[in-house]
Design a protein. Structure first.
Lengths: 347, 347, 347
């Protein structure tokens, strides 16, 4: 992809200072920028890198005053960071699959795709599935019966969406994620064996949800496992059957949430957290990485740590003493001895 | 799928009370049931929902006496829960892949499939593989050389079974699970580098085993990694080379078991548990979520918690004091001070 | 695969004692060896198994003196273990995909493959990708645009390599691993919602890197997520954007490393470890399974344990007291009572 400085300036509503015809092919970090790339200065503390940079173009603030001479073309904008994101979004769009449905895809005639949908080779779309406008489904994806996907979503290779699940608009699902596998439900038969409980619900991802690679979201036993609008889930996360997660909650990698738990809105959950089943977490709760949540959290905005988790500050205080436990134990023994002698003395 | 009340009653050996010709298309939870669905009342505490329910049919006990008028058709059965499961099993069977082998599958002529086997598009079945009667292999599955799969098993899209592994009858393997990848075995070369140790064993899943989505079971270095009859493994679990798990043990999501460890029968292992290699766990042992098991557990039926894990009750007691450590430390200091003054007094 | 004793002896530079024409088809463990297999004696403590073994050939040391009569053919070598590995490598090579590019693969005409490359059915190789000599790409793999892969690497079914990533020579990537998915980067919009930060960097795996099944390595926001030469990563591991791992570091299953952290060379990291973002870990550091690393580790070769982790021995000492906390607390209370009485006495 070749970009002229003047084209970039038009895109981000900036002004060119230098050669408007210089061409770049990729973005670059300010500390590693090569000729033919466009870099950016969003944070003043990295300014010194700019004077050594070999980038052909730099995106800078309209107020930026260089302290030394600069050889590259500058594009000045009101706010560097949003302009950069705008640029990168266009840059990323070149990595989509080709327009249209690849002849190597396996589409059931009873699936309904908007004409603007892209589908890569090897993808299976089963009977009754419906896919909305401009959604991109890469190759090697499985879309089961009656699955509904909204508009402008991107489904990466190897994603499996089991039958009856619903995915909203503007969603991104990364490679090898699984949506709608059976919940882990078995009835003990009284002799230590287990009978499978049929899992006939589904999974609903609302709009603007992003799901990381190899994350698994199980279908509900009945009803729906639901991930609300704007949630962002990292890689290798486990969401069990009938879990519900409120809007705009973010969850870091390798966290697991057990069955039927309800998480509030705007929560921040760290990596490798475990949350037991059948509890409620209030809105805006923050949970430290590796914590284990064993009971409902009622207080909105509270912070938690430990396994089982206790209030964040309490855990840090207790853990500070935990580190001193051998010393503390010695002091206790020494007290016992002293008291013993004191008593003997007073006898 | 359309069902008449009279057909359902025949299936579950129940009696119809109301219109035997009313038609439903899906099951529903009692608190969310819509017209055209069949709901159920298995637990008396949910009875109040039934009076507001819009379901067209309700499955109820033969002894159920409604306190208010009910508009829907009732089907009365001896035991509601088993009848419901029977119904749901039939309901689920509509979500299988089409009968027969899809022309888009890649079958080696040297693979042996029972004529009743179903295979979806994009699936690879390599030389020497053998697949038993009525087994369903969805699309996009990989079955390596000499793999043997029994009867009535279901393999979901994206499952990879490496060469020489054996899967029993009545097994279910969920999407993107990996069976038989190389064990993590490397010999240090004395200078800090590692030489791969060839992993030439296999994985054996006995009968009625269920494996969750994105779970990985590594092949043995030599011999077999073995998961015995009736085991149920949740999603994103790691089973290392040469592990053996006894019959009817259940393991929750994201747990990892290191190499050569032997787990007993009827154990219950929580989520995110870690178990070190080369140890033995007795039968019927229960391990709390997030625990770390660092040594063999000899006592059958014992319960464990913590990292490294200690007996469950002991962990809870110690953790209760852990929470009070800052206070305990203050009390220790205050004792030291008091004793100091007492000694000064007595001097 | 049929092997004569004389052929095996030629391969491992050993001498035959017994019938040089006896044929074996597979290796076996000494305690389970069957007729038609070749077993080995590398460790004297297993010698007693050899006298009961039914193996047709045994690989033994040139100095081995049997205490009892042995019926099988012996192959004597200088060092048993390296000879065994050499044998197993040849044995394993029969499990590769067929030579050449399967007609069921989806290759872009703008991809450049060495003529010796093997590609299985259903694999997608996009525009601009380059694959080096003798590399084996199984079926159902996704290789995105501009991906570069070196020589003699093996990519198992279901691996997804996103655009622009680089994989070295001699690498092995196991089934369903994901290389180059988007880093987990979102900018809060000030009202609790999140805006995606475009992830335009890549992932670089250097040479001789092995990646386990279902492991995920995210692409950098800009620049590269880098795994250096000789690193071995187990299954279900999470490596976040812009992480860098030094040469010959090994990481056990289910560990997660957060964004921009730099790990040294020759480190040993246990399973289910969590490491926070933006820190540095020195060379040769060892981290116990399930630990949480919350701050940089400066001291090379140090060992760590706990969450948050402290020096390994300190954790064990503190945890030993943790187990005694209920007793310790009782002794504290009893001291308080005694001191109380002592004071009362002295009043």
């Amino acid at each position: 992809m070749e970009w002229k400085a003047s084209e970039i300036a038009a895109l981000v509503k900036g002004t060119v200072e230098g050669d408007p015809n210089v061409i770049v092919t990729e973005p670059s970090k300010i500390e590693e920028s090569k000729p033919g790339s466009i870099t950016f200065l969003a944070n003043a503390k990295y300014e010194h890198y700019l004077y050594e940079s070999q980038a052909s173009i730099a995106l800078v603030s309209k107020d930026f005053l260089p302290e030394k001479a600069l050889s590259m073309t500058l594009i000045r904008v009101d706010q560097v960071y949003p302009a950069l994101q705008q640029l990168l979004e266009v840059y990323q769009q070149q990595h989509t699959v080709p327009d249209g449905v690849d002849p190597g895809a396996h589409l059931h005639p009873g699936a309904v795709l908007d004409p603007s949908v892209s589908v890569g080779p090897g993808t299976i779309i089963q009977e009754g599935a419906q896919i909305g406008a401009r959604t991109i489904i890469h190759g090697q994806v499985f879309i089961g019966r009656q699955v509904m996907i909204g508009e402008d979503s991107i489904i990466y290779p190897g994603v499996r969406v089991y039958h009856d699940c619903k995915i909203g608009s503007g969603c991104i699902i990364h490679a090898n994620a699984v949506i709608g596998s059976d919940g882990f439900g078995f009835a003990p038969d009284g002799q230590g064996k287990y009978q499978k409980i049929q899992q006939i619900g589904n999974v609903i991802l609302e709009d603007q949800v992003e799901i990381g690679a190899n994350t698994v979201i199980d279908r509900a036993t009945m009803g729906s496992t639901r991930i609300a609008t704007g949630c962002k889930l990292d890689n290798l996360i486990q969401i069990a059957h009938n879990v519900e997660i409120g809007p705009h909650t973010v969850i870091a990698a390798q966290t697991g949430i057990a069955g039927s738990t309800k998480i509030g809105a705007y929560c921040q959950i760290g990596g490798q957290v475990g949350i037991v089943g059948h509890i409620r977490i209030a809105d805006r709760v923050r949970i430290q990485a590796q914590s284990g949540i064993a009971a409902s959290i009622e207080e909105p905005g509270s912070a938690w740590y430990g396994s089982p988790a206790i209030p964040y500050r309490d855990y840090l205080k207790s853990y500070a003493i935990f580190r001193k436990l051998p010393e503390l134990f010695k002091r206790l023994i020494s007290l016992e001895n002293e008291l013993q002698s004191t008593e003997e003395l007073s006898e």
